[in-house]
Design a protein around this ligand. Sequence first.
Ligand code: MGD
Ligand code: MGD
Ligand code: SF4
Ligand code: SF4
Ligand code: SF4
Ligand code: MO
Length: 893
Amino acid sequence: MIKLTIDNQQVEVEKGATVLDAARKAGIEIPTLCHDPRLETSLGGACRMCLVEVQGARTLSPSCTMPATDGMVVSTKSERVVQGRKVVLDLLWSRHPHDCLTCSAAGNCKLQDYSFEYGVKGSRFENPEEEEFPLDYSNKFYYFDRNKCILCGKCTRVCNELQQTHAIGMSERGFETHVTPPFDDPLAQSKCVSCGNCVSVCPTGALVAKKTDRFRYWDVRKVRTTCSFCGVGCQMELLIKGDKIVEVQPYDGAANNNMLCVKGKFGYKFVNHPDRLKTPLIKRDGKFEQATWDEAYDLIVSKLKEAIDDHGPDSVAGFSSARCTNEENYLFQKFLRAVVGTNNVDHCARLCHASTVAGLATTLGSGAMTNSNREALKSDVILVSGSNTTEAHPVIGAHIQQAKEKGAKLIVAEPREIELAKEADIFLQIKPGTNVAFFNGMMHVIIKEGLQDKEYIAARTENYEELEKIMESYPPEKVAEICGIDAEDLIAAAKMYAEGERAAIYYSMGVTQHSTGTQGVMSVSNLALLCGNIGKEGAGVNPLRGQNNVQGACDMGALPGDYPGYQKVINPEAQAKFEKAWGRSLNNKAGLTITEVVNGVEDGSIQFLYVMGENPAVSDPDTTHVEAALKKANFIVAQDIFMSETAEFADVVLPAGSFAEKDGTFTNTERRIQRVRQALKPIGESKPDWVILTELMNKMGYEASYSHPSEIMDEMASVTPQYGGISYDRIDEEGLQWPCPTKEHPGTPVLHTETMSRGLGLFKPADYIESAETPDKDYPYIMTTGRILYHYHTRTMTKRVKGIDVMFPESYIEINPITASRLDLADGDKVKVASRRGDIVTTAKVTDKVVEDVVFMPFHFYENGANRLTGTALDPTAKIPELKVSAVRLEKA
Ligand SMILES: Nc1nc2c(c(=O)[nH]1)N[C@H]1C(S)=C(S)[C@@H](COP(=O)(O)OP(=O)(O)OC[C@H]3O[C@@H](n4cnc5c(=O)[nH]c(N)nc54)[C@H](O)[C@@H]3O)O[C@H]1N2
Ligand SMILES: Nc1nc2c(c(=O)[nH]1)N[C@H]1C(S)=C(S)[C@@H](COP(=O)(O)OP(=O)(O)OC[C@H]3O[C@@H](n4cnc5c(=O)[nH]c(N)nc54)[C@H](O)[C@@H]3O)O[C@H]1N2
Ligand code: SF4
Ligand code: SF4
Ligand code: SF4
Ligand SMILES: [Mo]
């Protein structure tokens, strides 16, 4: 430890700390314009606002780069220091417009604040001839005003060091220095991904979010909450003026390190969009009419009772929502199980990580991400497969890129040349549907080279013999042939992974959404076990969970076979436990999955379907079939924040409050339970989902009296062992990671450290099986589907964010240039795409991201959507559809 004196105060800090760190530790405020604790210290010191005086030194020094040393005596407020800072401000004003009166950054500007504090009104050095630079207004979400730039360099460093997009830098020298994309291109033509992380750190009004509402920063309220898009679980503050969100700023949560992506930062405008559902609607003669809550409830209750009485409780089914809170998911499944008497409850995890839940539960005993978001920074090798991380989990993608820049090795196994593939040490462009062969090939090489972790295998696993036997038949040449890769690359990747001390695997839909998805997941687990990579910091098997609360929806038992906490409905002890807790006798037959419910709706065995926060008319495979079923349905309730394509088929539509209008919790991909806080009154007559569900329980004669979601949390913690120690008090500032069984438990960042949840890690080898559909003469191309950075799923929210909608208004298909020329297609041409399910006309996007016989479509669109083409082949264990492989035919339209 190092001891120094600052402003007569004794301070002790670790070696390596700067004087600024030491002062902050002692609670002494030193002004800074360019400092950000996340950035590399040695590159700081640009603004010189943090000058301090060190006893014995001739000149003042910036405290942010000066190492604290033993015995140092520092003054942060001496007359010399104050004069020095005034000169800094004076110089800044010499080139800065006096626009504070009309500047939209006023109130959120450090230059303004410090000028006030130090009494600096303008500059002695002012140059009235200064030319005025035009604004760069080209980006859809923010603009750059070079006139207000003070060259602190924070934005460029955030973009380069943290976000890792390298879109902007400092150009030229001396008086001409300025922030810009390469070649002085406009921002819109740069690599910028509109994350806004530069905007969030700009200390002045140089980088500013475009605003639709004029507001002053001193007029807004800030409400801390959790992002409602993806599973990274970024923490943010909503800036509220009146009844509107006017801006979003990142907050420094454990999962996001003060970063956001474009959706979190700029995608909030759906909340106050005029299209929000504002009253209940009842369909009469094919047309929706406004109704009161009582009318809607009465109709729902009578139809629900009719279905139960005439056809039994199993004629009722519900889709719960990974967009809703834990508390709402808990109530939804409780409603179906305890009030209706059926286990027919499922949600989008079925289309997503059902194979992870099944696969990892078998091999490790817990179907969740083993490690934490920011542990990528501790890995020395990172293998990414079937995860387009920088687009689907952007903040985790940035962490992986940071790790790579710090020296970690990166291996990417993917059918598309995604962003991470461009930076990878080894990129294996595997054919869609060949994961099991690929992972088996990796293991074959590792075993052959003797690189497996023999001690770990002996101590912590079982069934190794079977693995060794099956892997024998996957020599690199054979696997290379199946996967369409180079055998040498496979060998090199296997060695690189095996030689890592802390080798992490990140995977997502490219592994799970296959008819062999569960085997793909278990193969990932086999590979990690083989090299002793489970139970270790910086390593692990990391399924990136997709939706903001899909981890929580699974944890809460929105699954047909599981009560909260994965307690099985077929287990009599679990049944007895919940019968006691809920005071009703419960059904011990596992319920139906999403795709089975859709079939049931079509054949009439499901009479009543309750859809809360899901949009299967767009997100389920084979849209034509789904629509036919929904059209035939006897009775549908849709509870949503917008009139979704699914809600159009409903008989009753209930308007729900969005994430900004309710309290609750979301559980992110790293199992962290984080608070969601109400910032606005529900829009119109809408009600938070938990209120609707509570009222419906009572209407159905089941007493429920929750006055706040924290009471639901307390009930659910009492029946869910993993959440046993969670309460709102404990997670107020920082969320906790489950398992957290008791009030004293600190939460669990890394799973399976001592033993696996199931005891020993189980090797579950499988042979490679082809996808259900492979290309043939009639349908010669493999189509794979997925996401893009800007849109979120079925676009109910992102199509209502203007900037996003303008950029990606309609569906398209990625086609390799050779394939395009074979079909006489140019970029932007219309192309007809047909599969065995149907055909669509979309726009060709010619790119070498995909290889010749593979095409890719984002699935976000309803019109000419990818799911018109996808099929319903299922993984037999997890019942997840094969959304990643369909055979298609292309022709110029
Ligand atoms: N911007 C945005 N972010 C999102 C979402 C969103 O809609 N928009 N949705 C969220 C949700 S719910 C989820 S589940 C996640 C999904 O996150 P990801 O799984 O990362 O997203 P996808 O684009 O579906 O698929 C990832 C990659 O799998 C590859 N792939 C296709 N077939 C195969 C294969 O056979 N093997 C391998 N190894 N790879 C293959 C595709 O080329 C694609 O790049 O994203 C979450 N984040
Ligand atoms: N071809 C293809 N299809 C796919 C995939 C793929 O990769 N390829 N991926 C699949 C995956 S991984 C997933 S997760 C699914 C996602 O499929 P869905 O879950 O159906 O998609 P979302 O658009 O997220 O639907 C959520 C709905 O909830 C509403 N909503 C938002 N917030 C709230 C709220 O607070 N309360 C209520 N009541 N409603 C709310 C939204 O308006 C929207 O209508 O799609 C799947 N479909
Ligand atoms: S950037 Fe700050 S100092 Fe400059 S005009 Fe705007 S509020 Fe004033
Ligand atoms: S918005 Fe993000 S990607 Fe674009 S310049 Fe700023 S930090 Fe870089
Ligand atoms: S990375 Fe995910 S959680 Fe974070 S801001 Fe983006 S969408 Fe929201
Ligand atoms: Mo998902």
